[in-house]
Design a protein around this ligand. Structure first.
Ligand SMILES: Nc1nc2c(c(=O)[nH]1)N[C@H]1C(S)=C(S)[C@@H](COP(=O)(O)O)O[C@H]1N2
Ligand SMILES: [Mo]
Length: 329
């Protein structure tokens, strides 16, 4: 599972982690100047040999550290998507809209320090730090199906603990009926963020959905810290819903009594509903959802039928008893 690390990359990453940010930025800046002048002198090849990390900016794929995890009952027989695919084929629009953009650009995100806000209808609004959040409960390894509304799917081993554990820690008031997630947003490190959307990225769940044991507060995948492009340092994974419900790089959990606005629902309410449960019988405006492409699997047919609730119906169907899933899509 470990990607081979080149020693020079490792050295670069380590220095970026221990060097104060402004010093690191100056260092990067002077290296960039060096590269520019080297290129001007026609010495780009030499520069490439001397400073390989400039040619391939280090990402947290390379920097990933092993996490201590325990096994769980959430396993699947399907072959897992290779990490190399899951960390290079991403939707993270803050880092560009092309699938390959986030793995090239998200190295800019600094995931420490990372204050996490708890706001709204809770006993005591507060801010906690990411390492306290990470160590609050043992991290379980859970292999889930992951289904994007664009009809591709992967099988990914995530590392985290049930969001319900964290919600209990937050002590929501009885009036809180929904939880909203706010992703990090900072133009300085997200220079190609499309201006056509209203940032920060926002998602949300009904409280009973958020409390379902399947909903995972996620810090890692493949036994390693999340690559930045996959939503470091913390995201949610909601495996019975389309991928866009699984917000990345969360900085704030907000408890409210009203169904919260969400980024994709605001962008196009006809296509992206608040619930967005995986449903092969309900097509979006642009896509049939009956089938999905399982990415990078040589062992299964590439085009496979999509399952209701992405195959998690036994655990979540009861959340929607009596609801018209075509009206509340
Ligand atoms: N902050 C943020 N979270 C996000 C997105 C995004 O653009 N920004 N894209 C969503 C979509 S559409 C999908 S399919 C998944 C992709 O997660 P992955 O890149 O880890 O596969 O992240 C979701 N979470
Ligand atoms: Mo998606």
């Amino acid at each position: 599972m470990l990607l081979r690390k080149s020693p020079s990359l490792e050295a670069t990453i380590r220095s970026s982690e221990i060097t104060p940010q402004h010093v690191f930025e100056e260092h990067q800046h002077s290296r960039r100047r060096f590269l520019t002048s080297a290129a001007t002198l026609g010495a780009a090849a030499l520069a490439a040999r001397t400073i390989p990390s400039l040619i391939n900016p280090p990402t947290t794929v390379q920097a990933a550290e092993q996490l201590k995890t325990i096994s769980s009952k959430y396993t699947l027989d399907d072959p897992q998507t290779p990490l190399a695919k899951a960390s290079t084929y991403n939707n993270f629009y803050e880092y560009g809209t092309d699938k390959s953009d986030p793995s090239h650009e998200a190295y800019r995100l600094q995931t420490r320090p990372w204050p996490v806000q708890i706001t709204g209808m809770v006993k005591k609004p507060q801010t906690i730090n990411i390492d306290d959040l990470l160590s609050y409960r043992p991290l379980e390894s859970r292999v889930y199906r992951f289904r994007c509304v664009e009809a591709w799917s992967m099988i990914i081993p995530w590392d985290g603990y049930s969001l319900s554990e964290f919600i209990n820690f937050c002590q929501p008031l009885p009036s809180a009926k929904y939880i909203q997630f706010f992703s990090y947003n900072n133009r300085k490190v997200m220079p190609y963020e499309p201006s056509s959307y209203d940032w920060p990225y926002r998602e949300g769940l009904r409280m009973d959905e958020a409390m379902n044991p399947l909903t995972l507060l996620t810090f890692g995948c493949y036994g390693q810290v999340l690559p930045n492009q996959n939503g470091a340092p913390v995201r949610v994974i909601v495996p019975w819903k389309y991928g866009f419900k699984s917000a990345k790089a969360i900085v704030r959990f907000h408890f409210t009594d009203k169904q919260p606005a969400t980024t994709w629902n605001e962008a196009d309410g006809d296509e992206y509903g608040f619930y967005s449960n995986v449903n092969p019988n309900f097509d979006n405006a642009r896509w049939s959802q009956a089938h999905e492409r399982r990415l990078d699997s040589s062992l299964l047919p590439r085009n496979i039928p999509t399952q209701m609730f992405n195959g998690y119906g036994d655990q979540v169907a009861s959340l929607y008893t009596g609801m018209d899933l075509k009206k509340f899509y």
